[in-house]
Design a protein around this ligand. Sequence first.
Ligand code: B12
Ligand code: SF4
Length: 633
Amino acid sequence: MGPRLLLINPRFVESFWSFRWALREVLPGKRAVNPPLGLATLAALCPPHWHVEIVDENVEPVPLRPRADLIGVCGMGVQFKRQAELLAYYRKLGYRVVAGGSYASLCPELYAPLADSVIAGEAEYIWPEFCRDLERGEPRRLYHETGSVALADSPTPRFELLKLHKYTTATLQFSRGCPFLCEFCDIIVMFGRRPRYKTLAQVGAELDALRAQQVRNVFFVDDNLIGHKAAAKELLRYLCAYQREHDYQFRFGTEASLNMAQDRELLQLFRDANFTWVFIGIESPDAETLRGTAKTQNLHEDTLTAVRRIYSYGIDILAGFIIGFDNDTPATFDLQFRFIRDSGIQAAMVGLLTALPKTPLHARLRREGRLLAEADHTDNTRVGTNIIPKNMSYRDMVQGYLDLYRRLLSDRIIGERVRNKMRFLNKPVYHGEYSWREQTRIVARLVLRGILKGGPRRVFHFMRSLPWLAPGKFPLAIVDWIAAVAMHDYVERRFNAPATRDNARLGRWYASATRAVRRYLADGGASIELRLLSQTMPRLYVRFAGELDRVFFARCTRRLEAVLKRTGASVTLMIDEIERAQLPHLERLLRRLSRYGDRIAIQVNERLRDVVKIDSSIFHLLLDPAPEVPAGR
Ligand code: B12
Ligand code: SF4
């Protein structure tokens, strides 16, 4: 038997893209939106006698002592910290580790100290080379794809290795590269400006493989599906024919540039092929700003007109927006707000301009001395970026950004957006994806857990926004409300933690918690510490170190639950010592706290790792034996 390869997609820190509320409260059974397609592709590039397993830490825990000869860990910039943790952990245990994925492709130099080998760039040619070298016992430290991969050489991803039922939407890739020149974009740095395509037969084979897994929702993760319009049209015609021929209805979505709006034939084909949504980088409604960042493909006509034409073909729009361009001033926030409201785009992903390494924007801002050297552009746990804006202060930019989201996610504006979209979205391609019974359950959960909880005002705007006279638009309006409530929930938890009020509460909590378990603290069975890493980042440390009992765990659970519910504080649980008899109590504590899992780090003493099982897809399982306790306040 050949070598055993374990491929891991590290856990993402929660972001708007996680749609946590929606997955948890409305769509039970689903754990994440998209699977790691890069890993399934890599698996297919391995020699046939290799045994490959894929673990996505976003839907399942990582194994702590896997049966593997080689471990590969992928990652985007936002996963870098966890990716580095995993690489270090496995390497320390003696496994050979290899790094790859988006961020390793952009910045391979960062991985040299972390992995035995680094695969930088598209893997179709260099991964088989690495496998050959490994089998010969001579793997290099770095494999860097500097040429161009023909996508005809990209194999059908091994979809069967992904637990596709845990995701809302499977993924598929037709092309790589984009012909445009947006200054901030790393896609053209990594994949080039000449779009490269798979053959239609390849796409057919991939659809067959997805059909075999009973997949219906498919996201074409192309950088820009219409980078070469003629090829895109050919693909869309093929998809229409494929669905007819197989009497199988896939629901598609993709990423495309705004200039799709000016090509009516293309729009009709998107509709005919059953594309229910498209993600568009709109970035800014301001023409001067778009010119400044070289996004000229968005300038062919008024953006609102373009958006509404796409709607008129029944296609929904998700969009990206950016704040912080040179031309942006404090007035820009209002401009963005009005555009997003009027366009009705509900999944409006607004980000602060970030200068990614190797991009033209990064080079220019460095020349101009406008990069914040100490800022970590991979950290999306806080609202911030690595650039100094030109026409407003950094503070105003961040504050304006937070206010913009708060305004967009007020109940009234959510409702207005639904109505503004429905007015222009004719005969939506999307008409639901669940059985009647399941749809009723989803609506009931949305209403009970999302709408009624928001109070009478939300109920009023929800009812007012529903397209009562056009029932065909109902499913889309419901999807919009689910997305909006999920984003609202994220903002409530992540943006609205008033530090001073929190800190006062935490002080009181700390006093009461230490009183409640003082006997155990005095015995040395446990310890509790409250540390303020900064005014806005309080963290509690609870150490289990000796003889504890049911009463202790019950008190501890109640108090931790209260603090996590009422404040933005994070918690680190350190399990140094625990008796077997106490394990059920610990498990109960973890179950109760699991809804706050992304704010809870858990460190388990190495001796106990086989006994105390922590689901790292729920909690941040600290892998390095050194405790994460900071040096001081
Ligand atoms: C689908 C997608 C998503 C999905 C999630 C995908 C997932 N589960 O992994 C969603 C929509 C949720 C998403 C979200 C985000 N994304 Co995204 N996403 C993509 C997209 C469009 C396609 C990725 C893909 O599947 N490609 C197809 C596969 C086949 O290619 P690949 O991943 O490049 O893999 C190849 C090689 O890298 C290599 N490889 C891959 N893995 C490994 C592992 C090992 C061990 C080895 C050896 C090799 C290897 O082999 C593959 C074959 O050649 C890319 C753009 C792109 N073109 O890659 C952006 C991209 C990866 N995303 C990006 C970003 C920034 C984000 C967000 C942070 C956006 C935001 N501002 O919030 C969020 C973060 C999510 C979060 N939860 O916090 C950036 C990453 C930048 C970087 N260099 O790190 C990209 C490159 C787009 C961009 N430039 O803006 N994203
Ligand atoms: S359209 Fe999108 S992928 Fe193409 S260069 Fe601009 S930002 Fe990059």
